[in-house]
Design a protein around this ligand. Structure first.
Ligand SMILES: C[S@@+](CC[C@H](N)C(=O)[O-])C[C@H]1O[C@@H](n2cnc3c(N)ncnc32)[C@H](O)[C@@H]1O
Length: 499
């Protein structure tokens, strides 16, 4: 049971016998349970002395005074706040691969200071734009404590590897329990082109949601050659673990090479040449070639200067990149794997603050709660069970939402009502919404009915699809709505502001 907490405190999901994280008045704090402070302080001092924050560990400091004395922590840390919380099931394949490489480099760098990590999965990583950040500070432990971790207890060396030391036994067990189900196997599935399936399995088997994460069998069933290659690689990794001592340099080098050789991105899709096909792959400097649409969106971004922008249906991110160049911190979301992967590469190349996600914000996954394991009782002082995936509006809401050339897909394609669309857009926009409305006489709707299955299935039942109805639905959430022209002339741009 939690104690009475003063002030505005929200517990974050976490499973740790060292401490717990929570938001207190907008700051991310971590309370350390009694008896654990000395160890955490030692790790913190090593990180400070050797500048380990530079390699992507979340900036962390110890607070002199615990603002929540009633919670009885022995020590309180403050972490920098990463703007948006996202999960591996939302990252494009290249981003999951980048996270895996980052995690591996972290092991290697921590190893040089006698430290390691007590688990090995992507839920300890968030992305700030395209940069991975390791956020679970208390997962960093002295290397000699790894074999003592409760969940690794009882692990044994595999047959034929009886000479392994206790570090190899613990590391390989951690690899099997956390790296394989959440990094290695989903990436192997994506390498086979099964991105949607990998994403579904990652969603359903979120860390602590199930007894078992992804298994080798489901990735390689019917794929004998791929399985043989995987097992051979596994054998090589096991051989590398014959190296003695806590620093498993050969193992990490070998795994790093495997990750470097992986090709996981979806290279092209029906949507990935959208701007080239429309002959609108313009440079992002204002130009006389720009259409009304580019000009109107550019002017709205300059006029409202939103700190954060959520671009829903971003495609390859022409407008996301524009918003980032104009100074906003941007989240670009699309259903299309290839588009979002190419946005990740573009934003990374141009060093722009764009966080690209593969997700359908109209249909987020249902709430999943962590299982409680009898041998791991919750030590939380705050209590209150939370879903593992907080809803999109709690994590991704931005000062401005852009929803360009997507409402017709949501309504005529996916069958959502104007009320539902306007409500979702409003939940995600704290102040402004820049939304394009494609009218029924638009060439795209007339010429490509295949894109609009809901309408094709029941053509007579979409008479309500008219801009007046959409504006009426938006009025319930936004006090001001400006209607401007877009491009071509069958499209309108609605600039909506909350009161
Ligand atoms: C016509 S394109 C518009 C691209 C961009 N917003 C623009 O105006 O230039 C529509 C995009 O919306 C995406 N999309 C359709 N339904 C979606 C949904 N429910 N969630 C996220 N993206 C979606 C498609 O994959 C596609 O990339």
């Amino acid at each position: 049971m939690g104690v009475m907490v003063t002030g505005n405190v929200t517990r974050l999901v976490g499973f740790d016998d060292i401490g717990e994280t929570f938001i207190s008045d907008g700051r991310v704090l971590r309370g350390i349970y009694p008896g654990k402070a000395d160890g955490v302080r030692r790790v913190l001092h090593t990180c400070i002395a050797h500048d380990l924050f530079k390699v992507g560990i979340i900036a962390t400091r110890e607070l002199e005074k615990n603002p929540h004395a009633e919670l009885g922590y022995e020590m309180t840390l403050e972490h920098a706040r990463v703007p948006f919380v996202t999960f591996p099931n939302e990252w494009p394949a290249s981003m999951l691969l980048a996270a895996a490489k980052f995690h591996l480099r972290l092991f290697q760098r921590l190893g040089t200071q006698g430290l390691t990590l007590k688990d090995w999965h992507p839920y300890n990583i968030l992305f700030d734009g395209t940069e991975p950040v390791f956020v679970d500070f208390t997962s960093i432990i002295p290397a000699d404590e790894l074999p003592k971790q409760g969940y690794l207890a009882g692990a044994k060396a595999p047959a034929g590897f009886g000479g392994w030391d206790e570090y190899s036994v613990a590391l390989y067990r951690m690899y099997q329990l956390t790296y394989e189900p959440y990094f290695g196997l989903p990436l192997a599935m994506m390498e086979q082109g099964r991105h949607a399936e990998a994403r579904e399995r990652l969603t359903a088997t979120a860390l602590n949601a199930t007894d078992s994460g992804m298994l080798r069998g489901e990735v390689f069933t019917g794929r004998k050659a791929a399985r043989a290659r995987y097992e051979l690689n596994d054998l090589r990794l096991k051989m590398a673990l014959r190296e003695h001592g806590p620093n498993k340099r050969r193992f990490f080098d070998l795994l790093g090479k495997r990750l470097d050789a992986m090709q996981v991105a979806v290279k092209g899709s029906a949507y990935s040449s959208y701007y080239a096909d429309k002959e609108e792959a313009f440079a992002s400097e204002p130009s006389i070639d720009w259409t009304n649409k580019q000009n109107v969106v550019h002017d709205a971004l300059v006029r409202f200067s939103p700190a954060t922008v959520l671009d829903i249906g971003s495609n390859t991110g022409w407008f996301s990149l524009l918003a980032a160049k104009l100074g906003s911190n941007v989240v670009g979301v699309d259903l299309d794997e290839a588009c979002i992967d190419s946005l990740f590469e573009a934003a990374r190349r141009e060093r722009l603050p764009v966080l690209p996600l593969v997700a359908n914000l109209m249909a987020p996954p249902p709430d999943i709660f962590a299982k409680t394991f009898p041998d791991e009782p919750s030590l939380s002082r705050i209590g209150r069970e939370k879903p593992l995936y907080p809803s999109p509006e709690k994590r991704l809401a931005c000062e401005m939402v852009m929803a360009l050339a997507i409402v017709h897909h949501l309504a005529l394609g996916q069958g959502h009502s104007f009320e539902r669309i306007a409500g979702t857009l409003s939940d995600l926009a704290t102040r402004y919404l820049c939304v394009e409305f494609v009218q029924r006489d638009d060439k795209m709707i007339l010429d490509d009915p295949g894109f609009f299955p809901a309408m094709t299935k029941s053509p007579g039942s979409f008479d309500w699809y008219h801009v007046d109805g959409f504006v009426a639905a938006l009025r319930k959430h936004f006090s001001e709505i400006e209607v401007l022209s877009s491009h071509p002339s069958t499209r309108l741009m609605l600039l909506c502001t909350k009161g």
